[in-house]
Ligand binder design. Sequence first.
Ligand SMILES: Cc1cc2nc3c(=O)[nH]c(=O)nc-3n(C[C@H](O)[C@H](O)[C@H](O)COP(=O)(O)OP(=O)(O)OC[C@H]3O[C@@H](n4cnc5c(N)ncnc54)[C@H](O)[C@@H]3O)c2cc1C
Length: 387
Amino acid sequence: MLLDNTKNGFTLKSDFELRKAYFLFKIISNKILSKIGKTALEVSLKLRLPILFIIKGTVFQQFCSGETLDESFNTVKKLNNKNVKSYLHYSVEGIENEDSFDLSLDEILFSIKFVAEKPILDFTVFKPTAIASTKILKKVSSNESLDKKEKMLFDKSLDRFDKICLFAYKKNVKLLVDAEESWIQDAIDEIVLSMMIKYNKEKAIVFNTSQMYRSDRLNYLKTIHLKALKNNFFPGIKLVRGAYIEKENKRAKRNNYLSPICRSKQLTDQNFNNGANFILSNLNRFSLFTGTHNEKSIYKIINIMETNNINRDDPRIWFGQLYGMSDNITFNLANEGFNVIKYLPYGPIKEVIPYLIRRADENTSVKGQTSRELHLIKTELKRRSVI
Ligand SMILES: Cc1cc2nc3c(=O)[nH]c(=O)nc-3n(C[C@H](O)[C@H](O)[C@H](O)COP(=O)(O)OP(=O)(O)OC[C@H]3O[C@@H](n4cnc5c(N)ncnc54)[C@H](O)[C@@H]3O)c2cc1C
């Protein structure tokens, strides 16, 4: 099978790096060891023990591309040599206040400029809550009225959105807007829609993210399609399953409402595949950026592309994976001529620890994914005769 070739999959990893990755995934996959590791990390940071060098040589190296943009650009070049593109994200979560939002705005504008100056980069990304208050997005999403100050702050956020999208449009840089929790997402969807109407007149520049673990998202895609036809724009969609399942289900239970999440993993998978199919069947309007490590979905998408005679390198279709995960998907797809892109988080080690903990958690909870990583690494180590 196309994605099983471990020689391609681990082409950039030395024997030492591969062994280290095996060891790391082994720890992460074990719930108890992973918990001990996280607690030890939290305690060490509180006690200010000098442990950052251990993190740097292990989880940081596996899941982050560097501490600075320049350091990360070395990774970008290495990936590009293997026909894999990158998009960089300064993965430091700021506190929620106006100063921090303005700082993030500057960072995002800088990232757009950076991409525009580098011919091997096409995309950049940002999280809406980096530039807008969660509290206000939540109120807007639930149609609560805003007081005078909140209205003023919301207008400032809209202004930040517009500055970012306008700059991306002017610089011809594709812009991914991450999806967040459902209780703030309606407001984000509305804002991003207005940006797409404004800046996606010729092609998809602004991409909204659709989390297909939400049972209403196929309808969302259909609505966007109708609006695109009516308002004559080209929607960009980043299609993902969704990262906040536990939070979503817990909140729904606590507040006694029906969870927006599909009732089973199987239904999420169906919804994701149907979403991809819908977009690919309407490619005269849509651009599709898939953010998934699910091999079955990837084979399905390839199949639809073949059936619909869509070129592998069609500029409207991208396959995205996170740095440090699913390299077998990344390098095998790139080798076969598909448009492939890695999400490269970067930032000072201490600041990206929340991101690293989320990755570790995800790999502990998504058992199938980690055992697949371990199996592939082991296969490659055997192929190289180093175990
Ligand atoms: C490039 C990229 C960008 C991303 N951007 C975002 C983003 O902006 N916002 C965001 O929320 N996430 C984002 N993600 C994360 C993504 O949503 C998934 O959490 C992650 O990729 C794992 O899903 P998967 O499709 O790779 O595959 P799988 O491992 O097959 O699926 C795991 C996912 O299935 C769903 N699931 C698991 N169990 C159940 C269940 N019992 N019932 C219903 N559904 C279930 C959950 O969404 C879970 O994360 C991104 C991922 C990538 C690779």
